[in-house]
Write a protein that binds this ligand. Structure first.
Ligand code: SF4
Length: 183
């Protein structure tokens, strides 16, 4: 589910800069952000309740529309026993100016956080977050917090960063007690 094209980062590797579509979708650029009602209608139309998992992801940062993400999840969970994942840049607390992880409990099953770098300076250079160099520590704090409220938390990194940075990220994930994935 692609709820928004807005994002608080400008990652240099962002797939949005290379192609308009992905994974069978020709164009993921939204003319307008879909309302909750429109998303629910589309889920019905696509018989999405038969899927194993529904995922909130890009082109954009889904947690910018966190309340809508949670409302859609609530309605989906009322209809079907289906796993829901949110792929996020992990900056929801900075975006909303409050602790957001507890809001996910019982609604989001899996969270995949794009860490993408192994330290604050490198992250800032690669992802150009609007919150600046302190973003990295905010992401780590979010990962620590969110893993208490969802069934599965994974940290992901892009494969284009140096191999030793990937290994340091793997170590960070292990120390935080969450999964790890290179994408
Ligand atoms: S956080 Fe995700 S959507 Fe935002 S710029 Fe980075 S890769 Fe693109």
């Amino acid at each position: 589910m692609n709820l928004t094209n807005r994002c608080t980062n400008r990652c240099s590797f962002c797939v949005r800069q290379m192609t308009d579509g992905l994974g069978g979708a020709d164009n993921l650029w939204l003319e307008k952000e879909p309302s909750v009602e429109e998303v629910m209608k589309e889920l019905e139309r696509q018989r999405a309740y038969e899927y194993e998992e529904l995922i909130f992801c890009g082109y954009g940062e889904p947690s910018i529309r966190l309340n809508d993400v949670l409302e859609i999840s609530r309605r989906v969970k009322d209809k079907a026993d289906i796993k829901i994942r949110m792929n996020t840049n992990g900056l929801a607390d900075r975006i909303h100016g409050k602790r957001t992880a507890p809001m996910l409990e019982g609604l989001i099953d899996r969270v995949s956080v794009s860490l993408n770098e192994a330290d604050a300076e490198s992250y800032n250079e690669l992802c150009l977050p609007e919150f600046g160099v302190s973003s990295f520590d905010s992401i780590l704090a979010y990962i620590k917090d969110v893993k208490s409220f969802v069934q599965e938390t994974t940290v992901s990194v892009v494969g284009c960063i140096p191999a030793d940075h990937i290994e340091r990220c793997r170590q960070i994930a292990a120390e935080l007690g969450v999964g790890f994935k290179v994408r």
